[in-house]
Every structure is written in structure tokens, then in C-alpha cells.
Design a protein around this ligand. Sequence first.
Ligand SMILES: Cc1ncc(C[n+]2csc(CCOP(=O)(O)OP(=O)(O)O)c2C)c(N)n1
Ligand SMILES: [Mg+2]
Length: 351
Amino acid sequence: MNVKFEISYSRCLDRDGIVVGELPPAARDPGFVARLYSALIRARSFDAKAISLQRTGRLGTYASALGQEAVSLGAASAMRSEDVLVPSFREHAAQLWRGVTPVELFLYWGGDERGNDFQGPREDFPNSVPVGSQAPHAAGIALAFKLRREQRVALCIFGDGATSKGDVAEALNFAGVWCLPVVFLVNNNQWAISVPVQQQTAAETLAQKALAAGIPGRQVDGNDVLAVHAVVGEALQRARSGDGASLIEAVTYRLGDHTTSDDASRYRDDASVTPHWAEEPAIRLRKYLAALGVWGKLEEERLLAATQVEIERAAEQYLATPLQGPASVFDFTFAQLPADLVAQRASVLSR
Ligand SMILES: Cc1ncc(C[n+]2csc(CCOP(=O)(O)OP(=O)(O)O)c2C)c(N)n1
Ligand SMILES: [Mg+2]
């Protein structure tokens, strides 16, 4: 057999906010675009506060999503509330859009499991730090939707590094065979800690990993929230109407360190990072909004002020939350604690 394939690449806005591709209908609604931009700035503001809390010893290790917010937001804004988000650990912009609160996110990153008990999207999954392990979960969730005949879709986000994991290959394969309502979205920020994507795979794109599973694979500009919204929206629609899974590779760039435990200057030059700042998603979206005639200096100042107040208050609320005792590490994994852990828990409490 002589198999040929092509991977499409979608983009709506160039880095100056000029329309260069077909816009999704929602992009013509200035109110919706303003909501997307506000959500991007809100996520970025959360990000900055999280880093400063970590740097002052008041938060655990934190994974910044600076410059990668469009992947999360484009996807989340295309989802329905009854769909289920299955994130990795760099997708707080999607979580905030879906109604997870900044306080819950601070609690999670502060090591408090109560932060994962989302009061908004009750069925969304918590962050998955074990790389790629959430992909089979997403396939399983999608299988449940299919068996129950529910018109819902699981949206699973993982990084470029995760695409080298067996879990991801197995999840793609399973989703293909069973024609499951799941969308796999790769946040290709071009790094897996210190490993650049060129050393991660010999494949030209990550999207083409879909082909071996018999599902469609596409690339999208991951710095273009409107393009991500459109491409993920189509994949969600396809899944919802019974036509099965897709893999989408959103190409973006990790502007910051891997996490607050990392120092990226040890393995990459500032000079190689600098050009990517011109590509980040807020600049082009703000320019597009300005061109729509609904955004100027006043709107920007109001947004920044309101966001700062909200995030500062959330941080205060997080810091004022009484700590759980050390025994809480036993309390959230098992419905019924195994006997050996019952003993360990008792031992912790007796100290
Ligand atoms: C199973 C597993 N192996 C190793 C790690 C350590 N680790 C944390 S993040 C990471 C790299 C992930 O890279 P990528 O999938 O590209 O996601 P990114 O961090 O760039 O968002 C590694 C190896 C882990 N968390 N889980
Ligand atoms: Mg990565």
C-alpha cells in the first residue's frame, strides 16, 4: 500500500492581529472576543501571582503557562459545560474559563487536595502531573459517554513530551478502534523540561501520530486563540456527532521556565527565546479587538485593575485557609483506606 498524508495547519490571526485565515463565527462577536481576551489576562495574572507566592515560600512548585494560554482558552471556549476537561498541569486558563476558581487553583498548587474539589465543573478531572497518564483516563471517560449514549466529549490536553509515552499511544489507539467521543490536544510548547521537541521525536509533526491510530490529526497555531477555538470546535462537533476521536497539535512556545523548580538558562539561550515574545497570544488578540473597535486604553486599564483585585483577594483567601493536618495525605485516594495505610495514618496522628 502506498499511503500518503498531509497535515493541515490552521491560523486565523497573524502576530499583528491581522486576519489571515477563515474566522470561526464566534470571532465576529466582539463581546465574545473581549471575553476571551479578558480570560487570557486573568489567567496570566493568576500565573504571575502564583510565581510570586512560590518565590516567597507560600506556594509549592508551580508550572507557568505564560504565552501558552491560547491553547487552553481556545479549547475550553469551544467546549460545552457538560463536556469533561482532562488536563495536564499547565492548563489553568482552561480551568478558570470553565469555572474553577483562583482560590481552588492556589490551594491545589499549595498542596491542599481540597483545591481539586471543584465547586464549578464538578466532573472535570484534576491536574495530572504523571505525564500522559490522563490520556487513557480520557478514553475511558469517552467510552462511558458512548455506552450511556450521552452527547458529551472528553477533552484531554497533554504536552509534546507526553506524546512519547505509551499511555498516549494506547489512548489514541483505543479511541480510534472504539470510535470514541474524545479530543486529544497537544500543547506543543516545544520543550519537555530541557528536551527540545526535535530530540523528542523524529516525526515532523506530532499531529501525524494520529494517523497510526486511524483518527484525524491536525496542527493549529497555538498562539492564536481563535484558530484553536475553531479547530477544537470542529473536532468536538465530530466527536459529539458520533464520528470519533481527533488529535490536534497546537504549536506554541514555553516562554518561562518549565516550573519554578527549573532554571531554563542552563539549557537554552535568552536569544533563542526572545523572538517568541512577538508571537505570544495576547498581543495579536488585543490588536484584533482594537480593530473591531471595542478595545482601547480605558478598557485595558479597567481589565488590569479588576483582574488584579480579584487575584489578590483570591490569594488572601488561600493564605487565610487553615491548613489541613498531615493525616490528610491519606484521605483523598482511597474510598476505603487499606489496612497498612490505616496504621500509618494512626501513627502520623499520634506524633
Ligand atoms: C510519568 C512521568 N515521568 C516524568 C515526569 C517528570 N516530568 C514532569 S513534566 C515533564 C516534561 C513534560 O513535558 P511535556 O509533556 O512537553 O509538557 P510541558 O511540561 O512542556 O507542558 C517530565 C519529564 C513526570 N511528571 N511523570
Ligand atoms: Mg512541552
